[in-house]
Design a protein around this ligand. Structure first.
Ligand SMILES: *Cc1c(COP(=O)(O)O)cnc(C)c1O
Length: 394
């Protein structure tokens, strides 16, 4: 049965993914089940999206309620869920203005446009972006232009101009790229796809000072590392270095397609104005009902405290695993965004883990990426480690 759906998909879908030969059918808590009933412990969360796991009762109810009322209005009107979600998200992110998008890449496009518009309004003549090597910001043309990995860029050139690249965690290399035309610096506080590299606190605070000194906007892409994954609501709060523009997506809707970019009032008052930017679906009542419920659940179920506790336990267990296993070179990460640098090909390990009933994914540089639902308990960490040990010792 499984095979016939795989065939159907392969004949109809554009072949842009080499998918695992599994048809996922349902989820419960932190477990997924395929169409043959096999159970998987999920340490991927649909790429850091399903932070509350699967089938959270309050989340499901909120979505059902909103479907019965109204799912879409366009942004020509107001809606109650959109107003509430914007208010809650700006509080959680400690930003002043929010724009909802349908995806992460669109949040990046919006952030880049906002930065260019800010420079334009100020009449500064600035337009250049500095981005980081090994960054990942999405697949649309603007996002690809600031993504520092050649294989994502080369087939699509020429990309938007005025982008320079610097070395992550190397302040001097950023300084070397600054000109009187630099309008913004964009980076992920913890690089995800590039291989789970957390920024150092000195790097981020150094960037903040550079930006302040040269009237450059600092853009943090927290599409993957934000929304509680690193133990604070947004990673910047853990570092204490506030960006001017913040991008979010993945976990903010726990699985409905929604992203956002947010900015401080200082940026907003000189940036995008009526007519400059828009979206038909973005922030519709359905997805915003999800965002609002997710943010309420975070508060009421003390998700951040839980992440801090369970991630400390996971780090300890992973450190042990690094010591015990010859196939792991190192561990990197923050909170529940962890990477293991492997000496065996990571693809082989992932496939063997799936056989064992554990879903994990990869990141750049032969890294095994662990981004589980934030609701995992210590027993799930133990189960993951047991399964991984079996696979690595094979
Ligand atoms: C996933 C991701 C994106 C792109 O998000 P999409 O929703 O796939 O467009 C951008 N930046 C980072 C850091 C990401 O992890």
């Amino acid at each position: 049965m499984e095979n016939s759906y795989i065939q159907m998909a392969e004949q109809a879908l554009l072949h842009t993914y080499n998918r695992y030969q599994i048809v996922l059918e349902k989820g419960e808590g932190v477990y997924l089940y395929d169409s043959e009933g096999k159970q998987y412990l999920d340490f991927a969360a649909g790429i850091a999206v399903c932070s509350l796991g699967y089938g959270h009762p309050r989340y499901k109810e909120a979505l059902k309620r909103q479907i019965d009322r109204l799912t879409h209005t366009s942004n020509l009107f107001y809606s109650i869920p959109t107003a509430k979600a914007a208010q809650s998200l700006k509080e959680a992110a400690q930003m002043d203005r929010v724009f909802f998008t349908n995806s992460g890449t669109e949040a990046i496009e919006g952030a880049l446009k906002a930065a260019r518009k800010y420079a334009y309004t100020k009449g500064s003549g600035k337009y250049e972006f500095i981005a980081m090597n090994h960054s990942f910001h999405g697949r649309s043309m603007g996002a690809v232009a600031v993504t520092g990995t050649d294989k994502y860029r080369t087939p699509f050139e020429p990309l938007i101009g005025g982008v320079k690249f610097a070395e992550f965690n190397d302040l001097e290399s950023v300084k070397a790229q600054i000109t009187d035309k630099t309008c913004a610096i964009i980076l992920e506080p913890i690089q995800g796809e590039g291989g789970i590299y957390p920024a150092t606190a000195e790097f981020l605070s150094g960037l903040r000072k550079l930006c302040d000194a040269h009237d450059i906007l600092l853009i943090f892409d927290e599409i993957q590392c934000g929304m509680g994954r690193c133990g604070s609501m947004f990673a910047w709060q853990g570092y204490g270095v506030k960006p001017d523009i913040l991008t979010m997506a993945k976990a903010i809707g726990n699985g409905v397609p929604v992203g956002a970019f947010a900015m401080t009032e200082k940026v907003a008052e000189s940036s995008l104005a009526p007519g400059d930017h828009g979206t038909t679906y973005g922030g519709n009542p359905f997805v915003c009902a999800a965002v609002e419920e997710v943010l309420q659940i975070f508060k009421e179920e003390h998700i951040l405290e839980h992440v801090q506790e369970v991630s400390a336990y996971m780090e300890e267990k992973l450190e042990q695993l690094v010591l015990e296993s010859a196939c792991i070179e190192a561990r990197r990460g923050k909170g529940l965004m962890q990477g293991l640098v492997l000496t065996k090909p990571v693809g082989d390990v992932i496939r063997a883990a799936m056989e064992e009933g554990l879903i994990v994914i990869s990141a750049g540089g032969n890294v095994l990426r662990l981004v589980p639902p934030l609701t995992i308990e210590k027993c799930h960490v133990d189960e993951m480690v047991e399964k991984l040990k079996k696979v690595l010792n094979k």
